[in-house]
Design a protein around this ligand. Structure first.
Ligand SMILES: [Fe+2]
Ligand SMILES: [Fe+2]
Length: 210
């Protein structure tokens, strides 16, 4: 029990860091490092910033979900997979943060709230068993891919830097979904899928603005 409390304290500390800090370290290079910035109008810039604030908040949620799940997942293999995925999501968090900085915009002030909410969902999901837990990962990643496709479509064609970042993230999320499926993910009931996209809608529609 004291072990679990210790782990929780470590996780809360990490969560505060992930959700409040503007700078994170990444293991892989920034995908838009060598892409030249094309001047954007104020409207285009604000729109890109809003979408990237949403994506950054999404990555905060991904951290929290994976880390929450890794605490309650039963099998060691699944736990290692969750931790590895959380590490890869750290690159995304850092890249979104960097792009926001380049656009002269802030991260969402609601991030600590999203972290706590997603971390709790992750813990509960982990308790439902490994197959369900992996099913949750697969569905989350699939929803993120659909969401990124929409952003890629809506962004100004001039904003090639944001597009370069999102395209790399999209490829990673796609492979996260595939890995979860290959590890034995079970298909989630439709009501759960609908509930997940409903929660995502609340997060995306608020984080766009604040
Ligand atoms: Fe991600
Ligand atoms: Fe992912």
């Amino acid at each position: 029990m004291s072990n679990l409390v210790d782990q929780l304290i470590v996780e809360i500390d990490r969560g505060l860091k992930f959700s409040a800090s503007n700078t994170q370290e990444c293991k892989r290079p920034y995908p838009a490092e060598t892409t030249a910035e094309v001047p954007l109008t104020e409207i285009e810039k604000n729109y890109s910033a809003g979408l990237m604030r949403v994506n950054h908040a999404g990555e905060v949620c991904a951290q929290a979900l994976y880390r929450g799940q890794s605490l309650t997942t039963e099998l060691n293999d699944t736990r290692d997979q969750m931790k590895q995925a959380a590490d890869e999501e750290l690159d995304h968090l850092a890249w979104c943060s960097k792009r926001l900085e380049e656009l002269g915009a802030d991260t969402s002030i609601l991030n600590p709230l999203w972290y706590v909410m997603s971390f709790s969902i992750g813990i509960l999901t982990g308790l439902t068993g490994d197959k369900r837990s992996l099913g949750f990962v697969e569905e989350t990643e699939k929803q993120v891919v659909r969401h990124l496709d929409k952003h890629l479509d809506e962004l100004s064609d001039k904003d090639i830097k944001t597009k370069a970042v999102l395209e790399q993230i999209r490829a990673d999320e796609d492979s996260h979904a595939l890995r979860a499926k290959e590890a034995g993910a079970s298909e989630l009931p439709e009501e759960i899928k609908a509930g997940m996209s409903w929660i995502a809608k609340i997060m995306t529609s608020t984080s766009y603005y604040i």
